[in-house]
Write a protein that binds this ligand. Structure first.
Ligand code: S3P
Length: 179
């Protein structure tokens, strides 16, 4: 069993479905904590030199998940405490869940699928939402709930709540988990 990172050095990790606000809220939390912000999708696209869309289209989802797994491992190993926004599917992999929980405080940003659908619009840059964003999000919500539940130390409801208030709730939960 691994004891994970010392408490004060733990990453703040945001998970949840597409449209949950992981990137926006993550940036705000990083600003307030004076930490570096990283987004696993950005690290994947920088490594692959392709957009998420292109990776799915040319190499397939399995290859995207392999790259995502490597990026999650790298981020978890970072000695600098970070704020990390994970792609919505990152915690489907049990190894990713274990690594993220050991290295960080994992906060699940939640909102009902209909709210997420409103936020992502036509889902144009997200291959899994291409044809029917609302339907896909409702399906993914049902399928993924157990994985988010298993990955998260704590969850924060974002429905109808502004970014500042969500960031405050996330940071309060983070402090609570690290004392
Ligand atoms: C995915 C979410 C996306 C991106 C990819 C797959 C998912 O990230 O990783 O399109 O499986 O939920 P965001 O959650 O940041 O949109």
């Amino acid at each position: 069993m691994t004891l994970g990172a010392p408490r004060s050095q733990r990453h703040l990790v945001l998970i949840g479905l597409m449209g949950a606000g992981k990137t926006t809220v993550g940036r705000e939390c990083a600003r307030r904590l004076e930490r570096t912000f990283v987004d696993t999708d950005d690290l994947i696209t920088a490594t692959a030199r392709m957009t998420v869309d292109e990776i799915f289209a040319t190499a397939g989802e399995a290859e995207f998940r392999r790259l995502e797994h490597d990026v999650v491992a790298d981020v978890c190993a970072s000695p600098e405490p970070l704020v990390v926004a994970c792609g919505g599917g990152a915690v489907l992999d049990p190894e990713n869940r274990r690594a993220l929980r050991a290295a960080g405080v994992v906060v699940w940003l939640r909102a009902p699928a209909r709210t997420l659908a409103r936020r992502v619009g036509d889902g144009a840059t997200r291959p899994l939402l291409r044809d029917d964003p609302a339907g896909a999000l409702a399906r993914l919500e049902r399928l993924r709930e157990p994985a988010y539940e298993a990955a998260a130390h704590v969850s924060v409801d974002t429905d109808g709540v502004g970014i500042d208030v969500v960031a405050e709730s996330v940071l309060a939960a983070f402090v609570e988990e690290t004392v």
